[in-house]
Design a protein around this ligand. Structure first.
Ligand SMILES: [Zn+2]
Length: 340
């Protein structure tokens, strides 16, 4: 990697404005971060116009990248502030701020994970914890994402439906984020939610977030697979109820189911809407069919959802769930060995 200790011209507050009050217009004014400036800090991180005085030992303990960086002898003439070497980071100051807060505050994640945290904090934290190989923090952030975008059907069904973050632009932005950070275990579920979005959002983007052509293609292919799979597997009873052998009068049950589910068809536009993994609970709509048919429809629904979940990554051109798990393990093994 490039040497992040490259020389950077750093001037802070009073240094910028000299006795005459004239400032060098070509040199940006640097500002100490109000909280992340420790008097006993041993290194100054500089991101954009913000300076953070923190501790080498803290950074080295959590990050193999910083650990390796601090082992390299500093070149003579290296910029320093109050005796601390200045390390210029090419990252956004906001992302660095929250990364450092998470490292210094053991209770950072004890507060509820708000919508603001999902949108403003977690993406940068995942990006930087991956970039600087801060494995514990990366695992924590991915675990939070997995609560919303799980990698098992059981967890998918356990999600709290009231706090879902499903803005179209937000969902689409996560596809690129999870690819960039190799958080592959979150991708199938995010792709599933993408496939439920309006076609215009998928193709043209939403609020300046536009999928790559590769991801647009993956979404459209997956959407087609899901429409087919919900008819064949998870929601087959809605399209065509198949009575079991112990049904006394299959023609009556089939006719009643078709009539009762007309309303569902009317509301859900089953030919164009993806609901393949949606848990069907409104079994009262099948009132009038025999218990044997009702039981078979319920079992088929659950078994069908399982089939679709197992195939979900493949629908979007990803590796299987098992292979995603192997890639995840390999990635963790390779990165945990760094810095040794
Ligand atoms: Zn029946």
């Amino acid at each position: 990697m490039s040497n992040p200790l490259k020389r950077a011209r750093i001037m802070i507050d009073s240094e910028v404005t000299g006795p005459s009050g004239n400032s060098d217009a070509s040199t940006p004014t640097m500002t100490h971060h109000k909280e992340l400036w420790f008097d006993d800090g041993s290194v100054v991180l500089n991101a954009e116009q913000i300076l953070f005085r923190v501790h080498r030992t803290t950074l080295s303990t959590h990050s193999t990248v910083f650990h390796d960086m601090f082992r390299i002898p500093q070149p003579p003439g290296q910029d320093a502030i109050e005796g601390c070497t200045v390390v210029k980071l090419p990252d956004s100051s906001g992302e660095v701020e929250f990364l450092l807060k998470a490292l210094y505050d053991p209770f950072f994640f004890d507060h509820s994970v708000t919508l603001l945290m999902f949108i403003e904090i977690l993406p940068g934290m995942l990006r930087l914890s991956t970039k600087y190989n801060i494995l514990q923090l990366r695992r924590k952030v991915i675990a939070i994402y997995l609560e919303r975008f799980p990698s098992t059907l059981g967890a998918f069904d356990s999600r709290s439906s009231g706090d879902q973050v499903l803005y179209p632009w937000y969902i689409m932005s996560l596809v690129a984020l999870f690819r960039e950070t190799n958080a592959l275990e979150c991708l199938p579920c995010v792709f599933y939610f993408c496939s439920c979005l309006p076609m215009s959002d998928l193709l043209h983007g939403c609020d300046e977030v536009v999928l790559s052509w590769e991801d647009k293609s993956a979404c459209l292919m997956g959407r087609e697979e899901l429409l087919r799979a919900q008819e064949e597997f998870s929601h087959s009873f809605i399209f065509k109820l198949v009575s079991p052998p112990n049904c006394a009068n299959p023609s009556v049950c089939t006719r009643r189911a078709r009539r009762n589910l007309y309303i569902f068809h009317h509301d859900q536009s089953p030919l164009s809407s993806v609901f393949a993994l949606k848990l069907f609970t409104d079994w009262k709509m099948l009132d009038g069919i025999c218990p044997a048919c009702l039981s078979k429809a319920q079992l088929d629904h659950q078994a069908g959802r399982k089939v679709i979940w197992d195939r979900l990554p493949k629908f979007f051109g990803l590796e299987s769930w098992d292979d995603i798990e192997k890639v995840k393990q390999n990635w963790a093994d390779n990165h945990s060995q760094q810095g040794n």
